[in-house]
Write a protein that binds this ligand. Structure first.
Ligand code: GLN
Length: 542
C-alpha cells in the first residue's frame, strides 16, 4: 500500500522545499522504491497558466497538458518520473470542484463548509492516481501560518488518522538563521513554526533545518527537545554549491533513513548515489567554459526560466564544460549598437515568450546569429522570431510578422484554430478564455531524413511538450524553404511546422516546443547537448 510523505514549510518561503522533496524522492528511488511527487498550492488561481512568470516563476507543462508549478520541474529532473495533471492541485481547483458539486446538488441541501467538504476534496486529490506507487510525496505550498494553507494542513492531519499507522510521514522544513550580532545560530524560529504546526494538530516526524553552515550537535538536540522530535530525526540541510549535491547531502544527513524508520521499513544499507556523484564531479571540475546569451524578457526573476537554465547546465554536463549564461533583455537590441554585446558569446538562445514588446530585439538577435554564424537555438517564440527574420531578410517579405502582434500582410506566424491530436480534432478561437486555450502538452513530431534534427535525436519520430497559441504558417513553407530554411520537423499530419534549421549554418535550430521541460541532469536533452557542443566548437574558433 502507498505511503504518503507530507512536506510542509515553516519560517520563510524559498527555503528549498521543492528541492528537498525532489531529492527525497530520488533517494527513495535509489533504495528501490517507486515514487510520485505532488504539489498542493494554496493560492486561488486555478492553475499557474495565467499567472505572471515574473511573480510565480515558470509555468511547467506536463505531457498531459497541465500548466503547473515549477516545482514539478524539480520533481521530474530529480526522479525522471513524468509529472501528470493529477500532481498539481490548487485551492482554485479545489474550490471550483466544491462549488460545482454544490450546484449539481451533490450535497443534498446540506450546509457546505471548509471542514468536511473542502477538506474531503483535498483528501481525494492527495489520494487520487497513486495506486501502485510505494511513496507519494506531497508538498504543501506556502508557509505554515498562512491563512490560505489551513484547509490543506487540516486535510493532511485527517489523513494521518484515515490511513493506517506508519503510512503517513510529516516532514517539516524550517530555517535556522545565523544571527551575526550574537555570533549564534538561532533555533527559536523553528520552535515557533513547529508550535504553529502542532497547534493545527500535526506533530512532525522529521524536521529538515535549512542553514548556511553546519548545525552544532547541541543546537540539533535542543531543536529535537523543544519540538518533540527525535534528535536523529532533526536533519540539517546545509547550503551546497550545486543543487545536484542535495540528494547526496540529505542522504548523509540521514533523511531517507529517517523516512524509512518512520514507516517501520527496514533500512537496507547504503543506496547507490553514483548518478549524483558523477554529475557533481563534472560540475565541480569542468574541462572548459562557454558563454551563452539568453535573449528574453527579464524583470529579474530567473525562476521565470528555471527549466531552461537547468537544461543549459545539463548541456554543459554532457560536454564537460561550464555554461556561463548572460541574461539579456531583448529590448536593448532595438537600438543598433547593442548587438555588440553578442560578439563575445559562443551561442545565442531566444526562449519562449509572449507579446510584441521586445520581439524586434529577438529578431535582431536571431539575425545577428545567422549572419555571424554563431550557434542559435530558438525555442517556441524564439523559433517564430527566427522564421520571421528569415522571411524578412532572406525571403524579401519586409513586412513579415506574427498575428500575435496584430494584422500583417505576411502572417508568417499565425493563430491556428484547429489541429489534430491522434485522431481527435482540437479547437481554439480568438476570443476564448485565456486559461487552457493553448496547444498544450505532448505532441508527436516527425523528423526529416538526413536533417540535423534527425541526427541529433537519433530518431525519426519524437514527442515534445508544447505551450503556445500561434504556429509557423505552413502556407509560406515553399517560399521559406527556397531561402535555405529547412522545415525538418513536422506534426505527423504534416500541417504544423515543429522544427526549422539552416543547413548552411554551423548550428541554427528553431523548435516550436519546449525541450527544456524534458531535460534531466542524468539524461541531458539531445538538443541542449548538441547546442552546447556547437558552442564549444565556436569557442575554439575565437
Ligand atoms: N507567444 C507565442 C505563441 O503563443 C509563443 C509562446 C511560447 O513561446 N511559449 O505561440
Amino acid at each position: 500500500m502507498t505511503r504518503y510523505i507530507f512536506i510542509t514549510g515553516g519560517v520563510s518561503s524559498s527555503l528549498g522545499k521543492g528541492l528537498a522533496s525532489a531529492a527525497l524522492g530520488s533517494l527513495l528511488q535509489s533504495r528501490g522504491y517507486s515514487v510520485r511527487l505532488r504539489k498542493l498550492d494554496p493560492y486561488l488561481n486555478v492553475d499557474p497558466g495565467t499567472m505572471s512568470p515574473y511573480q510565480h516563476g515558470e509555468v511547467y507543462v506536463t505531457d498531459d497538458g497541465a500548466e503547473t508549478d515549477l516545482d514539478l520541474g524539480h520533481y521530474e529532473r530529480f526522479t525522471g518520473v513524468p509529472a501528470r495533471r493529477s500532481d498539481s492541485m490548487t485551492s482554485g481547483k479545489i474550490y471550483s470542484e466544491v462549488i460545482a458539486r454544490e450546484r449539481r446538488g451533490d450535497y443534498l441541501g446540506g450546509t457546505v463548509q471548509v471542514i468536511p467538504h473542502v477538506t474531503d476534496v483535498i483528501k481525494e486529490a492527495v489520494l487520487a492516481d497513486s495506486s501502485g506507487v510505494d511513496f507519494l510525496l506531497c508538498e504543501i505550498g506556502g508557509t505554515v501560518g498562512d491563512i490560505e494553507s489551513l484547509p490543506f494542513l487540516e486535510a493532511i492531519r485527517q489523513l494521518g488518522n484515515d490511513l493506517p499507522r506508519q503510512h503517513t510521514v510529516f516532514v517539516h522544513l524550517t530555517l535556522v538563521p545565523w544571527v551575526a550580532a550574537a555570533g549564534e545560530l538561532k533555533t527559536k524560529p523553528t520552535q515557533h513554526s513547529v508550535k504553529e504546526l502542532r497547534g493545527i494538530g500535526i506533530q512532525p516526524d522529521i524536521l529538515v533545518c535549512r542553514c548556511d553552515r553546519p548545525i552544532p550537535e547541541a543546537a540539533r538536540l535542543k531543536i529535537g527537545l523543544f519540538c518533540n522530535v527525535r534528535p536523529e530525526a532533526v536533519i540539517p540541510g546545509v547550503d551546497v554549491d550545486t543543487i545536484y549535491q542535495v540528494p547526496i547531502s540529505y542522504h548523509r544527513a540521514g533523511l531517507d533513513t529517517q523516512v524509512l524508520a518512520a514507516c517501520g521499513l527496514p533500512d537496507s544499507g547504503t543506496p547507490d548515489l553514483e548518478r549524483w556523484e558523477s554529475i557533481v564531479r563534472t560540475i565541480r571540475a569542468p574541462d572548459g567554459e562557454v558563454a551563452i546569451a539568453v535573449v528574453g524578457k527579464y524583470t529579474g526573476l530567473l525562476d521565470a526560466y528555471k527549466s531552461l537554465a537547468e537544461a543549459l547546465a545539463h548541456g554543459g554536463i554532457a560536454n564537460n564544460v561550464k555554461v556561463n549564461l548572460s541574461w539579456i533583455d531583448s529590448e536593448v537590441f532595438e537600438s543598433e549598437d547593442a548587438v555588440d554585446r553578442l560578439r563575445s558569446v559562443n551561442g545565442i538562445l531566444v526562449p519562449g515568450g509572449f507579446g510584441e514588446r521586445g520581439s524586434e530585439g529577438k529578431i535582431a538577435a536571431a539575425s545577428f546569429a545567422r549572419r555571424k554564424e554563431i550557434p542559435y537555438f530558438g525555442i517556441c517564440f524564439g523559433m517564430q522570431m527566427a522564421v520571421i527574420e528569415a522571411a524578412r531578410h532572406l525571403g524579401g517579405l519586409a513586412k513579415a510578422s506574427s498575428t500575435e502582434f496584430g494584422p500583417t500582410p505576411h502572417p508568417i506566424v499565425g493563430l491556428l484554430t484547429e489541429w489534430t491530436r491522434g485522431n481527435a480534432v482540437e479547437r481554439r478561437g480568438m476570443g476564448d478564455n485565456l486559461g487552457g486555450t493553448m496547444r498544450l502538452g505532448a505532441y508527436d513530431c516527425v523528423l526529416a531524413e538526413g536533417s540535423r534534427a534527425a541526427e541529433i535525436y537519433g530518431a525519426r519520430r519524437i514527442s515534445e511538450r508544447h505551450r503556445h497559441r500561434y504556429e509557423v504558417n505552413i502556407n509560406y513553407r515553399q517560399q521559406l524553404e527556397d531561402t535555405g530554411l529547412r522545415f525538418s520537423g513536422m506534426s505527423p499530419d504534416g500541417v504544423l511546422p515543429e522544427i526549422v534549421e539552416l543547413p548552411s549554418h554551423p548550428w541554427f535550430v528553431g523548435v516550436q516546443f519546449h525541450p527544456e521541460l524534458k531535460s534531466k541532469p542524468f539524461a541531458p536533452h539531445p538538443l541542449f547537448a548538441s547546442f552546447i557542443q556547437a558552442a564549444v566548437a565556436n569557442s575554439r574558433l575565437v
